[in-house]
Design a protein around this ligand. Structure first.
Ligand code: SD4
Length: 346
């Protein structure tokens, strides 16, 4: 393949300073001082980033920041991520999660029930087994054998109400909500949305981070699409679907209609576009365009958003519909929200 020279130069420019610093320090590994940053999907990413930031700002690793950040939302009781989330159509909450570090190590669980911290189980799969993915009863047994507690399986108060509402119609239409466009402030930052669970289907938290050593990691955790078929697994626990990390290039995560993300190996595609020299925003945009091209009419009916950072800590996102927001925290400022640009303008 002939590599376009312009793209090659762009790519080289972004890695050159790293190489120079590494050689002047006499180190063999990439060790340039980087500005740590953590970015997470949706407005619920604001408090999640704060948890991760405590780790990053005290010199900790990105892998710990993305795990603990994910735990903090898995821990909330009446939230749509984790055991507090909406059940499937048979009334069971089934969790999917994956995690990936800066060495291509990855771990994943899917269709996991009654365990509170799926992202930490995924990390144990990564660290303690020769496998990448465990599912269902096997994943649960593995979690129990590794010190995780079995929870009682009762729906959260909010999920119970939502499920009863859903049962009245039992309509099998697992379409991820398309949010209203959010108001912007002067800096093009989004105002936090009101979290009304009745209209809220953000059952997913995707997090990507760059630590002070210049290493990337990511996590993605979800209760999956509300009222899905029992046994359905989405993109969130799939490496290259809900999350991909390549420590040479960048990291990406996704939220929205999982089936559509899987079709294009969405986050892997975003990282590959960054490898070709695109900025995080342009890489996310190119992946969304690929998705829309498959079926432009159908694309009007669902939401997918990609969020990415690159090795320099630049961040960006792009979605199909308006309303996708992400949260950012770095050393320069307090955490803030950014409105993603979208393919359809609403
Ligand atoms: C899924 N991608 O299970 C997840 C759902 C999601 O905001 O992201 N919801 O398909």
């Amino acid at each position: 393949m002939i590599y376009p020279r312009r793209k090659f130069l762009k790519n080289t420019a972004s890695i050159l300073p790293i190489m120079v610093i590494a050689s002047s320090c006499g180190e063999t590994k990439q060790a340039s001082a980087k500005k740590p940053i953590i970015v997470s999907t949706w407005d619920s990413g604001l408090p999640v980033n704060e948890v991760g930031w405590k780790i990053l700002s005290s010199g900790g690793k990105a892998i710990d920041a993305v795990e603990k950040g994910a735990n903090s939302i898995e821990d909330t009781i009446n939230c749509c991520v984790g055991l507090g989330g909406n059940p499937d159509r048979d009334g069971y909450v089934t969790l999917d999660a994956c995690i990936m570090d800066d060495q291509y190590n990855c771990g994943s669980v899917a269709y996991l029930q009654d365990i509170k911290y799926p992202i930490s189980v995924a990390r144990k799969v990564m660290e303690l087994t020769p496998h990448v993915m465990l599912v269902g009863e096997g994943a649960k047994q593995f979690a129990l054998a590794n010190g995780f507690k079995e929870e009682d399986g009762k729906l959260s108060e909010v999920a119970q109400i939502e499920y009863e509402k859903w049962l009245k119609k039992s309509e099998y239409k697992p379409i991820i909500n398309i949010e209203q466009t959010q108001s912007k402030n002067q800096n093009n930052q989004a105002a936090p949305a009101k979290l009304d669970n009745g209209d809220f289907n953000h059952d997913t938290m995707g997090i990507v981070a760059l630590d002070g050593q210049g290493n990337l990691s990511g996590s993605c955790t979800t209760s999956g699409m509300g009222f899905k078929m029992h046994g359905r697994v989405g993109d969130s626990p799939l490496i290259g679907g809900g999350l991909y990390v390549d420590n040479e290039i960048g990291a990406a995560t996704s939220s929205g209609q999982g089936e559509e993300v899987i079709r294009i190996c969405g986050t892997h595609l975003v990282v590959e576009y960054m490898r070709m020299g695109k900025s995080p925003t342009d890489a996310c945009k190119a992946a969304i365009e690929r998705l829309v091209k498959i079926n432009p009419e159908k694309a009007k009916t669902f939401q997918v958003g990609f969020l990415a950072i690159n090795k320099s800590g630049e961040h960006g996102a792009f979605s199909i519909q308006p309303g996708f927001v992400y949260a950012v925290k770095d050393s320069d400022q307090d955490g803030y929200l950014v409105n993603s640009e979208s393919y359809f303008k609403g």
